[in-house]
Write a protein that binds this ligand. Structure first.
Ligand SMILES: Cc1ncc(COP(=O)(O)O)c(C=O)c1O
Length: 362
């Protein structure tokens, strides 16, 4: 188990980058549009209720916001799989159901797309096989099996040298004729995830709220790309801020270098945020809409997990808490007039690991 670094428990020095966007530095135009997200909405809603968007007065106080500004948490812990991942998985499965036919579906996943795809497989009666790190939290194994998927494991510690994960997926495709799904680098997955963004924007509009900041984790970028499309459509002037662990900050580096950067070995307790790079379908959307990137130290994430537990009563996995961590530690410039939405993207964590991490937190 990776541990929080005790000496870095306190909020790290501000590491905030506002990167100017240069149109010419992007590859092709975005392939996914808000129209794709709108089309995914009835598919996702047919199978899953919107995750709640709840006001967080405790965070408004910590951030010292004036009374007219609010903080909202979009809490994907309330979905049947405990994370946002079922939205993209449902949209993908719906779109590919005929092509799949009787063949199995295979994907690699750190564990949350695993249960999302398993959920979708159950709904569409497809066999699902997941290639997952052997060190993934038990709850991610349990949820994936609960919805009927099969699991193969690999060693994530050596994967950057062995390439075992991708090889196992390729072998399953070759041997079983399986259809491969991507956890983030896919237009239907992005569109499906964006449905959560539509839900956020709709609720804020209904309540006649203005949005000034949208804060959300980035790994492969499927969560943020979909949400950014929906949020920017309704609140074009809102700052859309991507959050990553310091040891897996490929998006921040990509923004700086104006091209996708691949990390040799991403390292963090945020097991859902360890992709080597952002997806090629995600990059043009992210680069256009997510112009601010914040990297958060694991110790700061532990502190946020503890704060969420003690102040809000939520038991959150590190990847899910990282947006809250960025806000609480003052790494997001919250100056503005509107509300702030922060995404808690998942809450799948084992009790023993959770205790270790919050006990270490300051
Ligand atoms: C809890 C959680 N949050 C965020 C992410 C990042 O999603 P994406 O790869 O679409 O950026 C993941 C990915 O597995 C996750 O499990």
């Amino acid at each position: 188990m990776r541990q929080c670094n005790g000496s870095r428990m306190l909020a790290q020095a501000v590491d905030f980058i506002g990167v100017a966007f240069r149109r010419n530095d992007l590859a092709d135009d975005p392939v996914v549009t808000i129209e794709d997200v709108r089309q995914a909405r009835p598919i996702v809603w047919q199978h899953a209720s919107p995750a709640p968007l709840v006001r967080c007065v405790a965070m408004e106080q910590v951030l010292n916001l004036p009374e007219y500004r609010r903080v909202w948490i979009k809490d994907y812990g309330w979905t049947p799989v405990g994370s946002f991942k079922l939205m993209g998985a449902l949209a993908w499965m719906h779109r590919h159901q005929e092509k799949i036919g009787n063949r199995p579906v295979v994907a690699h996943s750190s564990g949350n797309f695993a249960s999302g795809l398993a959920f979708a497989g159950k709904r569409y009666r497809k066999r699902v096989i997941i290639v997952m790190p052997q060190s993934a939290p038990r709850i991610k194994f349990e949820r994936t099996r609960f919805f009927g998927a099969e699991i193969r494991t690999y060693d994530i510690e050596t994967d950057h040298q062995t390439g075992a994960r991708d090889r196992m997926v390729r072998d399953l495709v070759d041997e079983l004729g399986a259809v491969q799904a991507s956890p983030y680098d896919d237009i239907d997955v992005i569109a499906g995830n964006g449905v959560g963004g539509i839900e956020i924007a709709q609720q804020l509009k209904q309540d006649q709220r203005e949005l000034s900041h949208f804060v959300c984790p980035i790994s492969g970028g499927g969560l943020m790309a979909g949400h950014a499309l929906a949020v920017a459509d309704v609140f074009p002037s809102a700052a859309i801020i991507g959050i990553e662990p310091t040891g897996a900050d490929d998006y921040r580096r990509s923004l700086l270098q104006h091209k996708r950067v691949r990390l040799e070995k991403p390292m963090s307790i945020c097991d859902g945020l360890l992709s080597y790079d952002v997806g090629k379908h995600n990059w043009p959307i992210l680069a256009r809409l997510v112009r601010t990137s914040v990297a958060v130290d694991d110790g700061v994430t532990c502190s946020a997990m503890r704060w969420l537990y003690e102040q809000v009563g939520l038991r959150t996995e590190p990847s899910g808490a990282i947006g809250v961590a960025a806000l609480l530690s003052g790494q997001v410039d919250t100056a503005g007039q509107g509300d702030i939405v922060v995404v808690i993207s998942g809450r799948n964590i084992d009790e023993d690991r959770f205790r270790v991490w919050i006990d270490q937190a300051s």
